[in-house]
Design a protein around this ligand. Sequence first.
Ligand code: GDG
Length: 483
Amino acid sequence: MSKTIIISNRLPVQLQIDNRKITATPSVGGLATGMKSVHSGGDSLWIGWSGLTDEEIPNGLAPEIDKALAKHGSSKVSLTTAEVDGFYYGFSNRTIWPLFHYFLEYAEFELESWNIYKAVNQKFADAILEKAEDDDIIWVHDYQLMLVPQMVRKQRPNVSIGFFLHIPFPSYEIFRTLPWRKEVLEGLLGADLIGFHTYDYERHFLSSVRRLLRLEVSFNDIHLDDRVIKVDSFPMGIDYKKFSDAAKKHHENKEVDKSELQKRLDMHKKNQPNAKFLLSIDRLDYSKGIAKRLKAFEYFLNENPQYKEKVRLIILAVPSRSNVPQYQLLKKEIDELVGRINGEFSTVSWTPIWYFYRSMPFENLIDLYTSCDIAWLTPIRDGMNLVAKEYIATRTDKTGVLILSEMAGSANEMNESLLINPNNFEEISEALLQAINMPKEEQQARNGILQKRLERYNVEKWANDFMTSLLEQKQNEKQHKSR
Ligand code: GDG
């Protein structure tokens, strides 16, 4: 019987080692949830890095870790600290991430980290090859593992391989600046199906394949030797039910069950019933446009002084990649901007920005989603942006306004939100005014449409659509070869 093998940089399991005692708990992230229908039962395996480098694993404990992971259908790829530095913090996050998000000035092209990226991709491929049979289905995830499909294909020509990119694929003019552009494309073309969040990313990829590799592309099929590779878009959804159920449960909470955060939010709402809460939640990443958003908020307050004390911005910035210099600089810039804006505008009864630099438990995330009148998400570039979808899913009475950057992949499916260009402060300021003053009926009409769409195209449907398309592609290819 064929099995499914999922490969991503990180496993969907969190490991904790306390006094040589290992506990493994499943992660609750979107990808892990979406893959539940694919990664269940005894016929699937998830391969990835455990999050602990070889040096961090206590002596003799590796076999125990393997056992704990096996209980969750997971198997680890071992990486040294130097490998994680070169592969993850290096090539993945100092070259590919900035380049694919159009931050060309941040992209470093270093031969050494490229070599480590190649070697680590080979490690992942070897881990797959050790477990894979010819009729297995392999699903490789994201920008850290773009060479894996070809590495596996070389050794197992008949296996089915799908690849999904969670970040944007940039236009040819950007992608062509990468010194190893051909190798990356060839790595991806080891797959039978290559999936992107949006049609635009798909088009950019096909254009690079055509121009850099001079391959024949018909519609969204790429012809390579005797193989046909399909390229398609699969916009990732969320676990809609999880978010809407959590919000319903949240509204049923008695006073004593409420979190401290919720009590604070309620108190402020009671004291200033007409004041609006704006919410922004992102990993602290330059692609998310947090610094620009703060400057736009300052612009808004200067242009619309009548809204002082009437709006409050909650910023939840989740720490991320904090040993990459760009992220340290950004943290400093955001700290300073928050300090400056709060210093400039605060009154004894009002602090315009509440800034949290941490990650919060899921329940607090729901407190924020359900309590804030406006979600304000302005990435400069974002593959999809799931926060936008989660906010809408938690609005049980359909009120709330989403202001979303048109540079987020999710903007394609969320036309009923207020779409803005994150670089246009005037437009953002107008959208804020529109959001603050939007009649309840209009909010409900917009969100009703959005909710229906998000409920239908949830994350499970996303995973199933991808798998179905991969199986179809393999069937078509077999027929093509036997002709
Ligand atoms: C990449 C792409 C693409 C956030 N803060 C907390 C928390 N979160 C959860 C959110 C959401 C997830 O993290 C963030 O997802 P995004 O899609 O917004 O962003 P990335 O992390 O950059 O993800 C992106 C995605 O991959 C999927 O393909 O959409 O474009 O960059 O689910 O809820 N969760 C908890 N506490 C927090 O403080 N519990």
